[in-house]
Design a protein around this ligand. Sequence first.
Ligand SMILES: *[C@@H]1O[C@H](CO)[C@@H](O)[C@H](O)[C@H]1NC(C)=O
Ligand SMILES: *[C@@H]1O[C@H](CO)[C@@H](O)[C@H](O)[C@H]1NC(C)=O
Length: 180
Amino acid sequence: MAPNLAKANTQFFSSIFLVVSTIVTCLASNQFQETNMVIYTQGKFTSPGLTDIPVAGIAGSPWFFTTFGTIYVTDDNITTTIDRNSDMIGHAHGIYVASTLDGSSVYVAMSVWFTSGVYEGSTIELQGTSILEMEFREVAVVSGTGKFRFARGYATWQTAFVDQVNGYGTDRLNITVFHH
Ligand SMILES: *[C@@H]1O[C@H](CO)[C@@H](O)[C@H](O)[C@H]1NC(C)=O
Ligand SMILES: *[C@@H]1O[C@H](CO)[C@@H](O)[C@H](O)[C@H]1NC(C)=O
């Protein structure tokens, strides 16, 4: 009786162990880590060297950032600090669409493309509504590539520096992302 019970127990516990280790393996392979980064996008909104350019809009209307129907294409440098001469780690490139009739927000579809540093070659994809009057303009992290495959999260832009005379604008881009 006793040996049989012991054998049954051993089998029971080894099958439990199998189930548990399978679950642990699954969890480990699906494990997401959270990464937060604060980086800076360096824009130039007057010539020469424009980085945000209106390429389409409603005929007869001015192609302003706040005029419904205007599409801007952008390619801002990304640096590690607010200083535009600090280490450049990539580009923020994509489009802004003035897609609210009252001009209060723009639709953003943008790729943060890392060209150097630990994330070199990877991208984070941003998408959403940027409400212009907000101090922190939040959009979603919808996915990514390379080190950010399957990424999910959110990001905020905050105006960090504006030089009206020379046409420089720097935004603080704060990205929180869950990824493998
Ligand atoms: C972006 O980086 C390039 C290459 O370093 C530089 O020539 C250019 O002036 C930078 N643009 C802005 C707006 O900082
Ligand atoms: C960036 O965002 C995170 C998460 O929302 C927040 O905890 C942190 O204080 C922010 N950092 C800056 C410099 O705004």
